[in-house]
Design a protein around this ligand. Structure first.
Ligand code: DP6
Length: 376
């Protein structure tokens, strides 16, 4: 224990996930139980991740949380659900007399500090990474083990899928208490209805064409359903529609489905393709969405080799270029689930239990994130 009474500090990271079969309706708003099962790909944390530090201290007066450098209201019901559940599980474990449980912190308050390493914008699943990281880190701090996706789900539905790496299913479940509404790393034997069956088959047989087509159809259906509500919910903008056109014309030119798009609750496109097609497709994007000459890097994340764009492809796509329509692309790949950060210098909270200076000073861009999508 430090002089000021801080007993334990834990830091973890968690990934973003992108649904290819989307979750878009709830049968229970409080427990966050979905009306359908969904399936996602977890993205690599080298490019996109949330980092969260949880400190437990006997001198802390109250639970507090800082998101991307700014203190937020901890009384938000979804935050409270996660905190309550983790404390309940810790108490249960202690009552079950598990000698592995350190119960000193159970009555103490927590300080939580969380940041995203990506300039979050609407539609990049940051609430998923945020709640997954919160729950995973709280579980470390309180010595809770077991099925944590059920807890993350109560923060934000899609967060339960960020508790695993690779391809992840969120099984909708049927119980009214939500205990069977959980995520699991993709398994073939799970039987789920509708498009999920086809998607699981495609993933298993590594059939990219089928995977890509189902992904695009599911995204289109989600946005059609949004438009068909009254009043309509409109997430896509002109650039999104132009990206959709580009993808279809690109695939048509090659006579095969090489690239797929999907959009969540925002205008940003997530593109899936196989590694060998990345340079060519990126050149096509660069051509039809010419970047700002003095802007920052157009391609962030994993390096993309240069490719020359053929005149035939330009003619076949034949769209009117939209200068500065796309600010930048983040190039990434599938990756693992949440991780514990062992290096104590990486804690976001200092020995006084308050955010370190480096965390407090943030860019306005990251601040927007906290308001929009890290939406606790
Ligand atoms: C469109 O998980 O953000 O990204 O449960 O209300 O927090 P809440 O919703 P959230 O919904 C994300 C829905 C989606 C599709 C998906 O990720 O499956």
């Amino acid at each position: 224990m430090t002089e000021d009474g801080m007993e334990k500090t834990y830091t973890c990271t968690a990934p973003v996930n992108i649904a290819v079969i989307k979750y878009w309706g709830k049968r229970d708003e409080d427990l966050i139980l979905p009306i359908n099962s969904s399936l996602s790909v977890t993205l690599h944390q080298d490019q996109l991740k949330t980092t969260t530090t949880v400190a437990i201290g006997n001198s802390f007066q109250e639970d507090r949380i800082w998101l991307n450098g700014k203190e937020e209201d901890i009384s938000h019901p979804r935050l409270q659900s996660c905190l309550r559940e983790i404390r309940r599980l810790a108490r249960k474990r202690r009552n079950d007399a598990d000698p592995g449980v350190d119960s000193t912190g159970l009555t103490h308050k927590v300080h939580i500090c969380s940041i995203n390493n990506f300039p979050t914008a609407a539609g990049l699943a940051s609430s998923a990474a945020g709640f997954a990281c919160l729950v995973y880190t709280l579980a470390q701090a309180f010595g809770v083990e077991g099925e944590l996706s059920v807890v993350a789900r109560q923060g934000s539905g899609s967060a339960c899928r960020s508790m695993y790496g690779g391809f992840v299913q969120w099984l909708m479940g049927h119980q009214s208490d939500g205990k069977d509404s959980l995520a699991q790393q993709h398994r073939a034997e799970s039987v789920v209805p509708g498009r999920m069956v086809e998607m699981i088959k495609a993933v298993h047989s590594k059939d990219f064409t089928e995977f890509a087509e189902l992904t695009m159809k599911d995204s289109n259906q989600f946005h059609a359903t949004c438009l068909d509500t009254y009043p309509p919910i409109i997430y896509l903008n002109r650039v999104s529609h132009q990206v959709i056109n580009l993808v279809h014309r690109y695939n048509h030119h090659y006579g095969e489905t090489r690239v797929a798009y999907t959009f969540d609750a925002g205008p940003n496109a997530v593109i899936f393709t196989l590694e060998q097609h990345i340079p060519d497709f990126i050149q096509a994007v660069r051509h039809f969405f010419p970047p700002e000459t003095n802007g920052g890097e157009f391609i962030k994340g994993l390096p993309v080799p240069h490719a020359d764009l053929s005149e035939e492809l330009k003619i076949a796509i034949g769209l009117e270029p939209m200068p500065k329509g796309i600010s930048y692309i983040i190039s990434t790949k599938p990756g693992p689930g949440p991780c514990v950060v062992r290096d104590p210098t990486q804690h976001l909270l200092g020995p006084d239990g308050l955010p370190k200076n480096t965390v407090r000073h943030h860019s306005p861009e990251t601040d927007t994130v906290a308001k929009h999508k890290n939406g606790y």
